[in-house]
Write a protein that binds this ligand. Structure first.
Ligand SMILES: CCCCCCC/C=C/C(=O)SCCNC(=O)CCNC(=O)[C@H](O)C(C)(C)COP(=O)(O)OP(=O)(O)OC[C@H]1O[C@@H](n2cnc3c(N)ncnc32)[C@H](O)[C@@H]1OP(=O)(O)O
Ligand SMILES: NC(=O)C1=CN([C@@H]2O[C@H](COP(=O)(O)OP(=O)(O)OC[C@H]3O[C@@H](n4cnc5c(N)ncnc54)[C@H](OP(=O)(O)O)[C@@H]3O)[C@@H](O)[C@H]2O)C=CC1
Length: 305
């Protein structure tokens, strides 16, 4: 059975200590919707000043207003430092100048950038055969190059001299990503890039980790997939070990742990939050009969059947 996701924030409460991030400044890219919104809400409810940024500022403004209402309520209920969500300038992470402008704006305004979550990203469903070079590049530039732009600008402008914690969101790419070759390649690139950065930036006390979600029910995410979204519901969902998708809050919880000092010895790691899906075959693609293909050596008769 498909689990209905109640997005009413009053039902949800962070498991972490109130005021955990009091006085901290965070940036969550793509924080105006879905998983990023959940991460921004949790960080704000734990006392951080959270800048959210993406291309659509109007969407971010509406989301920030709702998140701040929840944060105010949560903090007055639990007596913690009041965090807040603010909206940065319109930014496409693909554009290096726009990213530099965003980071400079944050440092000028808030004088710090302690925490960074590279959540912005996405892709479309398309077979490798039909994918144009421009389409491949659009997705790689958004996810991989965009994440690099933000990491580097945060490091150069603040974290090199002050330390920090970075979490990059990837996706379940362990078995490849049939019909999403661009995104699978980009996310694998992000994970390897994060290992490299964790070593290069160790001496600056900058930790770099990844959270690799399985399938998460987010309205905007599923709208984007059309018929492929139906395939996720009809075919992938019953094959998942947990028989349900993740909630955005289950992803956010792992991100918050990695950002926190409780993960001070964790860097260069990838945390899968996928209900065990990575170790269970998911039929992302139907592979046609292969019995006409040549075989090397002698195939026992029974194995042919
Ligand atoms: C355990 C398994 C886990 C699997 C989990 C998988 C679930 C994942 C869920 C999510 O990630 S949810 C998040 C969803 N949100 C999004 O994906 C939204 C973000 N998407 C975008 O911003 C854009 O789609 C894009 C991917 C960045 C492309 O943006 P851009 O504006 O640059 O594209 P265009 O200029 O329109 O096109 C460039 C190029 O790409 C081709 N193209 C675009 N869409 C398609 C398509 N649907 N099919 C085929 N090709 C497409 C387009 O044709 C252009 O190429 P040319 O035709 O000019 O050669
Ligand atoms: N939902 C799922 O099942 C899974 C999602 N993920 C990943 O998690 C992240 C969040 O996804 P989700 O919340 O589901 O989906 P959303 O579509 O809600 O989030 C994607 C966010 O990225 C922003 N974004 C996209 N392109 C750019 C860009 N070029 N520059 C700046 N911001 C951009 C969007 O804002 P705007 O349009 O305003 O720019 C949007 O807020 C994505 O990276 C996604 O691929 C990973 C695994 C599974």
């Amino acid at each position: 059975m498909i689990m209905a996701v109640d997005t009413t924030p009053t039902r949800w409460q962070s498991v972490y200590r109130p005021s955990l991030f009091a006085g901290k400044v965070a940036l969550v890219t793509g924080g105006g919707s879905g998983i990023g919104r959940s991460i921004a809400t949790e960080l704000g409810s734990l006392g951080a000043t959270v800048v959210i940024a993406s291309r659509d500022v109007d969407k971010c403004n509406i989301a920030a207003k709702e998140m701040n209402q929840y944060i105010q309520q949560n903090c007055s209920d639990h007596g913690c430092s009041v965090g807040k969500v603010v909206v940065g300038p319109s930014t496409s992470i693909r554009d290096e100048d726009q990213v530099n402008n965003l980071i400079e704006h944050i440092i000028d305004t808030y004088k710090a950038l302690h925490l960074l979550v590279n959540n912005a990203g996405g892709q479309f469903v398309c077979s490798a055969e039909e994918l144009s070079s421009k389409g491949f590049q659009a997705v790689v530039n958004t996810n991989l190059t965009g994440t690099f732009h933000v990491c580097r600008a945060a490091f150069e402008n603040y974290m090199r001299d002050n330390g920090g914690s970075i979490v990059n969101i990837t996706l379940g790419n362990r078995n490849g990503m049939p019909n999403m070759v661009h995104s699978g390649a980009a996310r694998a690139g992000i994970e390897n890039m994060s290992i490299t950065l964790s070593q290069e930036w160790m001496e600056s006390d900058v930790r770099v980790n990844c959270v690799r979600p399985g399938i998460v029910f987010t309205e905007s995410g599923f709208e984007n997939y059309g018929p492929a979204g139906d395939m996720f519901l009809e075919k992938i969902l019953p094959a998942m070990p947990a028989k349900r998708f993740a909630t955005p809050e289950e992803i956010s919880s792992a991100v918050v742990w990695l950002l926190s000092e409780g993960a001070s010895y964790v860097t260069g790691s990838v945390v899968s939050v996928d209900g065990g899906s990575a170790f269970h075959f998911l039929p992302l693609i139907d592979i046609e009969d292969t019995s006409h293909l040549p075989v090397y050596g002698t195939l026992p008769r029974k194995a042919k059947l």
